[in-house]
Design a protein around this ligand. Structure first.
Ligand SMILES: [Zn+2]
Length: 299
């Protein structure tokens, strides 16, 4: 295989803040290694709420979309990534029984062909070898996360096909497609048990009781990227999304050294691969780096 001139990673996310909670330490690690990392954010997060009591103020609510855009700018600076908006409108998380209809014009309601077009154009322009997105259930059942999965799979196929979207640039075939799989039952259990073992109060007891083992997807994990030393950067990026994250909340209650010891990886499922990369693996670019690169890396 010819040596790629520059490694490029494209991470597709639904809302501003998702990039900082799903695969963020992995991105920071690859940035540190010289990989060009770009985040595509499908929506502006316009229908998100203010989830941090300290930010729940009228002057924040008045200009929430702009505040979220500023938070995104701060987070991408901390992660060292590029970031582009795909320009869709947040669908919101429908709640109630029966569920209310999705708001007109929202991302989840845009027909697939049309919704995938900006991503196809971005792939052809940025030319990533590796792309990450969510699994078919969206990681969790938010309509925008499921739609993010759908357009990513569609664009992975279409961007390399000269007959698809011929007006959107030269075809580019991404080599590997991954699903983020970091929130698994075994990981949550391991951290829960470590906290109890250290005499700390675990915030996960209730979550674990409600977790249906039949819905655990950890058996699908193919790829564990060691990135514990970048968990601090991940947390700082997440805290930059101040309206979305309470820095005194559950996410931050596990001591850093415990997280790094108990589960020092972020985990992924290799969903599509056009290169030879036997699993399990620990590198999203396995099979893409030239042999020479890998020897340098091993030294
Ligand atoms: Zn989201």
């Amino acid at each position: 295989m010819t040596q790629p001139d520059q490694l490029r990673l494209l991470a597709v996310h639904a809302h501003p803040d998702d990039e900082s909670s799903k695969g963020a330490a992995t991105m920071a690690k690859y940035v540190a290694e010289g990989v060009d990392v770009l985040v595509a954010t499908c929506t502006g997060g316009e229908r998100g709420s203010v989830l941090n009591p300290a930010m729940d103020r009228p002057e924040v609510w008045e200009r929430l979309p702009q505040v979220r855009s500023e938070e995104m700018a701060a987070a991408r600076e901390i992660l060292g990534v590029g970031q582009e908006w795909l320009g869709f409108v947040d669908s919101g998380l429908p709640e109630g029984d029966p569920l209310p209809p999705l708001p007109e014009g929202c991302f989840a309601l845009v027909p697939l062909e049309e919704a995938a077009a900006p991503l196809v154009a971005l792939i052809r322009r940025f030319r990533p070898q590796v792309m990450t997105t969510y699994d078919e259930r969206g990681g969790y059942p938010h309509p925008d996360h499921i739609k993010t999965h759908e357009i990513s799979v569609h664009a992975f196929e279409a961007a390399g096909d000269p007959d698809s979207y011929p007006e959107l640039g030269e075809p580019w075939q991404v080599s590997k497609l991954y699903y983020n799989m970091s929130f698994t039952l075994p990981r949550t259990k391991a951290i829960h048990e470590a906290m109890l073992g250290a005499g700390l109060e675990s915030p996960y007891a209730e979550m674990l009781e409600r977790w249906d083992p039949a819905k655990d997807i950890s058996h699908r994990v193919t790829t564990r990227v060691p990135c514990g030393e970048y968990f601090g950067i991940r947390d700082r990026a997440l805290i930059a999304h101040a309206t979305q994250i309470d820095p005194t909340g559950r996410w931050f209650s596990t001591p850093m050294d415990m997280q790094q010891r108990v589960w020092p990886t972020e985990d992924f499922e290799l969903a599509r691969s056009l290169v030879d990369s036997p699993t399990p693996e620990d590198d999203l670019f396995a099979g893409i780096r030239s042999r020479a690169d890998e020897e340098v890396g091993a030294r």
